[in-house]
Ligand binder design. Sequence first.
Ligand SMILES: [Zn+2]
Length: 479
Amino acid sequence: MDAKAFVDEYLGRNTDALNDVIDALFWYGEPAMQEVRSAALLTKILEDGGFTVERGISGFPTGFMATFGSGGPVVAVHAEYDGAPDNSQLPGVSEHKAIIPGAPGHCEGHNVNAAVMVAAARAVSRAMRDHGIKGTLKIFGAPAEELVLARPYYVRDGYFDDVDVAFHPHLLERFSTEYGVLQRAVVSAEFVFHGETAHAAMSPWKGRNALDAALLMDSGMAQYREHLSPGMNMHRVVTDGGNQPNVIPARAAIWWFFRDHTAEGAKGLFERARKVAEGAALMTNTELEVVVKTAVWPVRGNEALAHALQRNIETVGMPAWSNAEHDLANRLQAANGAIEEGLRTAVDTLDGPSESIPAANDCGDVSWKVPMGRLWFPANVPGVTFHHWSAGAALATSIAHKGGLVGARALAATLVDCFTDPAIIADAKATFADETKGTDYAPMIPDTNTPPLDTNRQLMEKFRPSMEARYVEPRHWFE
Ligand SMILES: [Zn+2]
């Protein structure tokens, strides 16, 4: 049996272990920066398989790098495993039913992404050992994708310096890959205004109102919207608006995302917002503090790696869905006002470069540092809405299990191809040089930035005890 047949057979033998990881991560339901239990499970699985694990990389307590093998080529896989706030949803039902009302959870499917990554990693590392395949496999756990956080830090800190090619598996409703610029750049920054409190009725003339500054910044940005170029967009939430009406707020804050097709454009929009904020501070005699939370490049897919993935996607093919699975999909589509079309039954073709979608992913920086392949695998239902209960209901069901398995098979096969066929990495590097010609990549994330460790901490302190009572732990392990 050759190495590709071996990884396929290995994954077929280990589906119970894969399914258990998909389910466990789902029930853990940990949001960005709080993926403690998830990271512990993923690193245990990799260590059990002989990987050397470095935890807490770039200052992310729930981030890790796991390494197997030595020497070149160096092939990396990275994936996320965070859920999102207020996304608690019972799996297998076609109505909005929270596991724990108000708790975080998985309503997109990052639980499946990370499970697919470690399953493929275990299969390929075993093939490397048993088939004498040379090279290094690096597995990156990337926390807080929902806040597009970790990977720019990893790239900035040199973790991808020796990587030849990288892959990012992510679920969707379809089985496909793509190339070109796939997603937008984003700068995430909080603008904090500092003033002075005073009694709002007795002595307002003594106060300096930070909320006024925040509102004036918002007004200035609303005027600026007219001047955005096509593809740019921005959105915000007020994260601090004061405490009670009779105390003039000494602190107010707005958190913004600025997006564009290019890193330069997103950065330019952020610099424009900084000027508006400075103006607001000047008008209100307050002080401005700008906190850049993260800044990521657009996601780019490499053409040669897309072709390598596509060949394996076509070989593996779609899962054979049961009537019950199509039926759950139809009921979810009906409940979400979408066309009742069941599950996809054919893989997508690869016809040319993609149009970018308006969302971002923090793997953007990786994709400008090294050639990157993006694998979409079919573990959710067409017509559901991410971050809405409808996209949580099929996770931790046989739809996610079967879609995860075909994703792991295509990913593992492509990793084996990269290790055993030097032409693939050579092609990837040659096309990457063309694709990135004229662009000097440098991380947008400032050198001094450190991860925001308190993110979602209070949320998990509130909900973890009730969520823990419902946790489903793995019962099967990769052999
Ligand atoms: Zn995602």
